[in-house]
Design a protein around this ligand. Structure first.
Ligand code: CP
Length: 306
């Protein structure tokens, strides 16, 4: 794996290695000695973060991960406006140039598939930080790590995904990755306009992974091990009046299994009420913190490739 552009690259073998490394880094970060040890690992590397779409978690956690490993960071947080893309530069030319300034490039872009083009042109590793309605593989990585930490296993889980499954790239990536594990089943809670893409449903069918679609939040979440909720991606909707209308609140939580977990890639708008936050099963803030450990593991993995 030279680049990470798609969740399909995150096989169970790769994930086992990355999770073990993330755990190692998590432990080292707990002590001053460990932190110093980590900062000595990659003092000669620099990463570039090129974000053509807004981000809080993905950009900052990649930058934090790089700095915790001793790397330097160069960054443009609003590349759509403040990079030379606005003058008409192609993504291929941009990465060829940035590869002269940095040893890896993290890209978020509104156009689906553009990170593949960037990777094809880049002599240094490219990481897909989210491309349009396509993929968000590093989010899938931190999601799987979170599921493993919270549930103690990646097998035999009933995963309920809800909200905007048509435009949300995190659910697409996570569904692909979790479908590799024995006994996974999915319930998609959604409306006809916001359904999971046919390409993902076809993949699940080919892999023999069972899935159902419903609009009944209470019935679906009652049997869930993992509830993965998402916001309506208003910025990608043709019809701005569309609503998902599926809310996780204390009443829904009361019907859920004691051993289960609520996840959300964040940002949250109003689809999980604040009253849920204090419930020990609400893992979304722990989930976002996990992004640093797995992105440290990923950078190490990419820089260790021969
Ligand atoms: N989960 C996620 O991708 O968050 P950001 O948009 O803040 O990076």
């Amino acid at each position: 794996m030279q680049h990470l552009v798609a969740a399909g690259q995150l096989t169970p073998e790769v994930l086992t290695e990355l999770i073990a490394k993330a755990e190692e880094y998590r432990k080292l970060l707990e002590t001053t000695d460990g932190r110093q040890q980590l900062r000595a690992l990659y003092p000669d590397k620099i990463i570039a973060t090129l974000f053509y779409e807004p981000s809080t978690r993905t950009r900052l956690s990649h930058e934090s991960a790089a700095q915790r490993l001793g790397m330097g960071v160069v960054s443009t947080e609003n590349a759509a406006e403040f990079s030379s893309a606005i003058k008409g530069e192609t993504i291929e030319d941009t990465v060829r140039v940035v590869a002269g300034y940095a040893d890896a490039i993290v890209i978020r872009h509104k156009e689906t598939g553009i990170v593949d083009r960037a990777a094809a042109a880049s002599p240094v590793p490219v990481i897909n930080a989210g491309d349009g309605t396509g993929e968000h593989p590093t989010q899938a990585l931190l999601d799987v790590y979170t599921i493993w930490r919270e549930m103690g296993t990646l097998e035999g889980l009933n995963i309920v995904m809800g909200g905007d499954l048509a435009h949300g790239r995190t659910v697409r990536s996570l569904a692909q990755v979790m479908s590799n594990y024995k006994g996974t089943s999915f319930t998609f809670v959604t409306t006809p306009q916001l359904r999971m893409g046919d390409d993902i449903k076809q993949l699940l069918g080919e892999r023999g992974v069972s899935f159902t679609e419903t609009n009944d939040v209470h019935a679906a979440t009652k049997e869930a091990d993992v509830v993965y909720w998402t916001r309506l991606q208003k910025e990608r909707l043709e019809d701005p009046t569309l609503e998902a209308g599926f809310v996780i609140d204390e009443q829904v939580m009361a019907g859920m299994k004691e051993k289960s977990v609520i996840m959300h890639p964040l940002p949250r708008v109003d689809e999980i009420t604040a009253g849920v936050d204090a419930d020990p099963r609400a893992a979304y803030f722990r989930q976002s913190h996990n992004g640093v450990y797995v992105r440290m593991a990923l950078l190490d993995y990419l820089f260790s490739q021969k």
